[in-house]
Design a protein around this ligand. Sequence first.
Ligand SMILES: NC(=O)c1ccc[n+]([C@@H]2O[C@H](COP(=O)([O-])OP(=O)(O)OC[C@H]3O[C@@H](n4cnc5c(N)ncnc54)[C@H](OP(=O)(O)O)[C@@H]3O)[C@@H](O)[C@H]2O)c1
Length: 324
Amino acid sequence: MSQKVVVCGAGFLGSHIARAICSAKPLAEKARVVQLSARHPDRVYKTLSQTLSQDQKTRLVQPVPVDITKPETLAPAFRDASVVVSLVGILHGTPEAFERIQWRGAQNVARAAHNAGAKLVHISAIGANPESELAYERTKGLGEQAVLEACPNATVIRPSIVFGPEDDFFNRFARLSKFLPFMPVFGGGNSLFQPVYVDDISEAVEIISRDDKEIRQLVDGKIIEAGGSDVITYRQVMEIVLKYSNRWRPIISVPFGVGKMQAFFLEKLPPNLFTLTRDQVEQLKRDNIVNTNPGSGHLSFEEFLKKYAEHAPTSAHDILPTYF
Ligand SMILES: NC(=O)c1ccc[n+]([C@@H]2O[C@H](COP(=O)([O-])OP(=O)(O)OC[C@H]3O[C@@H](n4cnc5c(N)ncnc54)[C@H](OP(=O)(O)O)[C@@H]3O)[C@@H](O)[C@H]2O)c1
């Protein structure tokens, strides 16, 4: 019987993970099939299946809709699953929405994965901290705690900013640079990022989802902070966006206080290209990079990739020019 991997939260990262598993070389293990699940997974299923070869397409089974805030939708979707990849997260919303989705929703997914007897891979974020005053970071931290309580063998992946053709970070700044006469950075733009390539994370998840005892022993119950090969400042993010989109704009520092005032108004509008929240401005005061001295319970993303994918994390400089 083939193994079923449920990709729960079929957006940017989820569709790349599904593609990585569908296109992985068949190993001397049981074949794997992939099922996309989200509230409306049909569009992603259609787009993804159009880009797969005939053989790969047979591994992408019909999607099953779920809403992670409704636990009763999860049990039927996770039936016979051997692996569940939990990906649902939001960037803006009320504190209640963050709690409903990133904390309680993640807990619902973990409990349902546990009941199905499936291995859980949970995607969190660098900065996850149950004590944080910022709803995004706090609920990512509470989500991790709830997940590891329900599934002690879960593997938690905490990416820094993820880049790839459909990303919402570099692409957003590239689009903004078309309209703005200058590129703003808050507080001097000194905070650090370690952008990680979407296909490196997808490859890691593909490897973890194999039915391989040695790999499972290594990753079970571990936290993996995932960063790429470049540590760059917020100002350098703007510089490479402008460089690879062939535009010139002055990069101007705006005080954090002014950014917060702008965000006060912008966060009230429906999500759009200019959406910015006060929490996001606050988050920009902190570095978003891998902790190089994390202690036990953590596993190095770089070493994992080097050992099992036989390459180091990909540089943003190699990929950004291909999609701008
Ligand atoms: N992208 C990054 O740079 C980055 C960095 C660090 C961490 N992460 C984390 O990685 C994860 C994936 O990020 P992403 O960029 O791939 O996000 P994304 O593109 O926004 O995908 C999220 C998916 O979740 C689904 N979803 C939303 N609410 C749902 C619900 N109640 N029930 C079921 N599905 C729901 C959405 O599909 P429907 O609308 O059809 O339900 C969407 O396809 C998130 O947890 C995020 O916090 C991302």
